[in-house]
Write a protein that binds this ligand. Structure first.
Ligand SMILES: [Zn+2]
Length: 496
């Protein structure tokens, strides 16, 4: 039927007539556009022919598709104009033939300009990463005092401009993919960012596109609501290196303590960070006992940078539940009478179980601040597992040796291990290709990936290996799961 109009030309009035003929077949139960509407669509650019020129076959196709998008999908005319501009006549014919086959709009996929969308999606996610990090630095860390404000509060009610720009780009993509927009509210965007970009909630149907580089990334830590490490990496890359890394600030804060101590800096660094990671939930009396040990008193002054008083909303039956596996606070959650451990790799691999019930009335209770939970305590679950297992096997093992040259050092410079919990294996490989850091000081260099990530995605380790550079320092890395690292250490012991 559409073919009958190839070569057709006519006036606005005649086009309205053609569309009235075609509409019942392609867009049933919808009022076809009147002459006034046809003129309006031309003013809005939905009809693309130059002014003063007659309407043609192209406008017939544009009219049918636009009518469908407006009535079935509720698209705004701006989106329709942009979408049409990316489509050839043959794409449009193909789309019109398929548009009613699948009401979810998925049928529109073959004619979408997916290459442009993938490009837009990658840019939008990079902007979003940068916006999220900046917003976090301003609103949260600014208050905690770990990080001073680095970005002046923008207009638009304090939402960073990168975040705004990313939201509008994502809105457009979502509308193009599904005909609906979930990016109107910054809180919705931030909660969406707690799941991988490829997940359903994002509404971006580009998962099968290999060029969609950022599809596996998780930008916001689902438990602590901080930007993830991979989010920071991406932000750093997108910003050309000018951003102050949150984690770098924590590190500096700790180095300041180290500088004030009578002990060797490396010793104090390991002791203080080890204490915080093993005591993410702590009694004031336990903390005081640690801080009064020789060389550790620097922590008194900085204690509030790393810990905050436990909020009573986190209590269960008036008590704070301490996880039996890792010592972190178990947060209240529906369906879990004892709560759930706030360390992700712990609750993903262990049953929820209380070790101790602490009474905040008897002794003041403190928990590590969200940034410390996300960047130190959570990865420490794997680091401590490896460290403690190695020690039990008779190795000389050390956490954060030489002020954090790596996460776990074994037998001096023989083996260096960094534990990583990036949701995206591609992002992890990129990060390592950029620099392997001071892991280069070790003879054997190991990247240990959290077990739950490897379990949830079988090719995780394979993807990292295949994307690591084949020469230079990245090529010397051994990538394995945490359990495999421990098994490897055990074999090495046996082989002497
Ligand atoms: Zn735990």
């Amino acid at each position: 039927m559409l073919n009958d109009y190839k070569g057709w030309t006519g006036s606005a009035d005649e086009l309205a007539g053609v569309l009235a003929t075609l509409a019942p077949a392609y867009v049933p139960e919808v009022e076809p556009p009147s002459l006034r509407v046809v003129r309006d669509w031309r003013n809005k650019g939905i009809f693309s022919q130059p002014k003063q020129k007659p309407y043609g076959y192209r406008q017939v196709l544009e009219g049918v598709a636009a009518l469908w998008w407006l009535s079935k999908k509720g698209w705004q005319s701006k989106v329709i104009v942009e979408t049409l501009s990316a489509l050839q006549d043959s794409d449009l014919v193909d789309f019109i033939k398929r548009m009613n086959l699948d009401d979810s709009g998925v049928a529109a996929a073959p004619v979408r300009d997916t290459r442009r969308q993938v490009r837009d999606a990658n840019v939008a996610i990079e902007l979003l990463a940068r916006g999220i990090v900046r917003q976090y630095q301003y609103t949260v860390l600014g208050r905690h005092g770990i990080v001073r404000q680095t970005q002046p509060l923008g207009e638009n009610g304090g939402i960073h401009k990168d975040l705004r720009l990313a939201m509008s780009k994502l809105s457009r993509l979502q509308v193009e993919c599904r005909g609906e927009d979930h990016c109107a509210c910054v809180h919705d965007v931030l909660s969406m960012a707690k799941a991988p970009v490829s997940s359903e909630g994002w509404g971006i149907d580009l998962v099968d596109q290999t060029d969609f580089e950022h599809k596996d990334i998780v930008l916001v830590d689902p438990v602590h609501s901080t930007p993830t490490r991979e989010c920071q990496d991406l932000a750093l890359m997108a910003a050309g290196g000018e951003i102050d890394l949150i984690e770098g600030r924590l590190h500096d804060q700790l180095r300041a303590i180290v500088g004030r101590s009578v002990l060797s800096p490396a010793e104090v660094y390991t002791a203080v960070r080890g204490f915080i990671c093993r005591n993410p939930l702590v009694n004031l009396s336990v903390a005081n006992a640690f801080m009064s040990r020789s060389g550790m008193n620097g922590l008194y002054k900085a204690f509030r940078d790393f810990y905050e008083e436990l909020h009573e909303g986190m209590l269960i039956g008036g008590m704070a539940h301490k996880c039996v596996h890792c010592g972190a606070l178990m947060r209240p959650r529906r369906g879990y009478p004892d709560g759930v451990c706030s360390v992700e790799p712990c609750f993903r691999s262990n049953p929820a179980k209380v070790g101790e019930r602490l009474d905040p009335v008897r002794d003041k209770l403190f928990v590590a601040v969200p940034a410390v939970m996300a960047y130190w305590v959570t990865p420490a679950y794997d680091e401590i597992r490896i460290h403690d297992a190695a020690k039990a096997m008779g190795y000389v093992a050390e956490l954060y040796p030489d002020e954090d040259a790596c996460d776990v050092g074994i037998n001096g410079q023989a083996v260096g291990i960094d534990a990583k919990n990036y949701a995206s294996p591609t992002r992890l490989a990129k990060k390592l290709n950029g620099s392997i850091g001071r892991l280069r000081n070790y003879d054997t260099r190991i990247i240990a990936v959290s077990d739950h990530l490897v379990a949830s995605r079988r090719d995780y380790v394979g993807v990292v290996r295949s994307e690591l550079l084949k020469k230079g320092e990245p090529s010397t890395l051994r990538v394995m799961s945490v359990s495999d690292v421990i098994a490897w250490l055990r074999r090495e012991v046996r082989n002497g």
